[in-house]
Design a protein around this ligand. Structure first.
Ligand SMILES: Nc1nc2c(ncn2[C@@H]2O[C@H](COP(=O)(O)OP(=O)(O)O[C@H]3O[C@H](CO)[C@@H](O)[C@H](O)[C@@H]3O)[C@@H](O)[C@H]2O)c(=O)[nH]1
Ligand SMILES: [Mg+2]
Length: 194
């Protein structure tokens, strides 16, 4: 894009993800150039998947403690979400989503469908999240699996509930995660569980 030049990145923090300050010259529509500074945060891209069962009309979600939610003073930090996570180096989004569904929810998923790829907060976060839905049957539950990896600091409660109940939890603000809201609404709009 010829409206941007002299891009300089300064790493402000690199712990789990990387926080950068990007300085750049930006040309406004009136032709004026201005030097701007913006922060951008990210690790790798991510994935998220909503598991749904066409026989029981249920979905599988996870419930976990999220420190950014806690320090915002919301719901004592508890967040109900679709399963998801960061893509490891060399992994495809499909491989990540299958791995996360097993680690976090304890389900073996073979029937994946890509929905779309989204930015959750394009002014701040550079991560793109690949959204999927996956049909499951009761037989796909792996015994003694799910709940996340304690060695990685994860403690995840698996919730299987009727899709209508999950949709009501959007209205009541019990579900506040954008990925989860998008995927539940996708299933509803496409009539996949009606
Ligand atoms: N999120 C996060 N995880 C960390 C951090 N430091 C270590 N971890 C460890 O890294 C793993 C992250 O788990 P994932 O399942 O891969 O990711 P997530 O926390 O569920 O989701 C986050 O990443 C997604 C993909 O990048 C995002 O889409 C999502 O919004 C969220 O930030 C966990 O084991 C967690 O303990 C940190 O600063 N932040
Ligand atoms: Mg996760």
């Amino acid at each position: 894009m010829n409206r941007i030049k002299n891009i300089k990145s300064t790493v402000l923090s690199h712990f789990w993800g990387k926080l950068e300050r990007i300085d750049f010259d930006f040309k406004f529509k009136n032709g004026n150039w201005k030097r701007l500074s913006h922060e951008a945060y990210g690790k790798s891209d991510g994935v998220a998947i909503l598991l749904y069962n066409t026989e029981t009309k249920k979905v599988v979600l996870s419930k976990q403690f999220r420190i950014p939610v806690y320090i915002s003073g919301v719901s004592e930090g508890v967040s109900i979400e679709v399963c998801g996570g960061a893509i490891d180096e060399g992994e495809s989004p499909e491989t990540t989503v299958i791995r996360e569904a097993k680690e976090e929810l304890g389900y073996h998923i073979s029937n994946l469908k890509a929905v779309n790829t989204v930015f959750l907060s394009p002014g701040i976060v550079r991560e793109r999240v690949h959204l999927f839905i996956g049909e499951y049957k009761d037989l796909d539950k792996i015994d003694n699996s799910g709940g996340g990896l304690e060695i990685e600091g994860e403690e995840i409660e698996v919730m299987e509930l009727p899709v209508e109940e999950a949709l009501n939890m959007i209205d009541s603000q019990e579900i506040i995660d954008a990925r989860t809201i998008m995927l539940l609404q996708h299933v509803k709009i496409k009539g996949l569980l009606s």
